[in-house]
Design a binder for this molecule. Structure first.
Ligand code: ATP
Length: 198
């Protein structure tokens, strides 16, 4: 009998900073779809977010490492940082397939990302290589997946938090307790991120 394909989830983002909704989403999708691994992939240069300064990739990765403490199902992944340059999901997917050509890959996205998929690099190749797992995001309208994608919707408890909102709170000197793990709050303070060192 042949070996069963490893089912790998890919949850990519800027994670500037990572927050509790990111972690809940990754765990909920992994559980719902019975995945073997869930990679949280920290983007090196998020080409979609070039309109604003982005925190250094190593700082965002350090926050992710802190965030997954006590969440053994989540694996921080620095593949895009190590590759360098702009981060394209197709490159990450192809790298994962080279490492394990039989792996079944599931790309996890919030519903706010779905309308952007058609602008992603090599979208036709990407949609052939992955299944899309879409989770609802408070404030983002329900959207139709672009043609050609194999998509499943995964219900998760809505959690109205965004990295933008957290950056605003931090820059204003307000608390983010309960919205990001305590280990991430410590990491932010130690590294003096988001103007917390003023
Ligand atoms: P920003 O506010 O800076 O745009 P963000 O909170 O959207 O950041 P990203 O790192 O851009 O965080 O998101 C990574 C992934 O997490 C995306 O697929 C996004 O849709 C999803 N996501 C982020 N926040 C939530 C949330 N509250 N509920 C569901 N999905 C979310």
């Amino acid at each position: 009998m042949g070996k069963e394909a490893t089912r790998i989830g890919i949850f990519g983002g800027t994670f500037d900073p990572v927050h509790t909704a990111h972690l809940e989403v990754a765990e909920a999708v992994s559980r719902a779809l019975g995945l073997d691994r869930m990679l949280v992939v920290v983007a090196n240069e998020p080409w979609q977010k070039l309109g604003r300064p982005v925190t250094a990739a190593e700082d965002r990765y350090a926050m992710m490492v802190a965030a997954v403490e006590g969440r053994p199902g989540l694996e921080p992944c620095r593949m895009e940082i190590d590759r360098g340059g702009p981060s394209y999901t197709i490159d990450t997917v192809e790298e994962l397939r080279r490492a394990d050509p039989l792996a079944a890959l599931t790309l996890v996205v919030g519903s706010d990302v779905v309308p952007e998929l058609t602008s992603w690099k090599d979208e036709p190749a990407l949609r052939r290589l992955v299944t899309l797992a879409v989770v609802g995001r408070p404030g983002a309208p329900r959207v139709r997946t672009p043609p050609g994608w194999h998509a499943v919707e995964v219900p998760v408890a809505p959690f109205d938090v965004s990295s933008t909102g957290l950056r605003e709170r931090l820059e204003a000197g307000r608390s983010v307790e309960g919205l990001v793990p305590d280990a991430v709050i410590r990491c932010i303070a130690q590294r003096g991120l988001y103007a917390t060192r003023r």
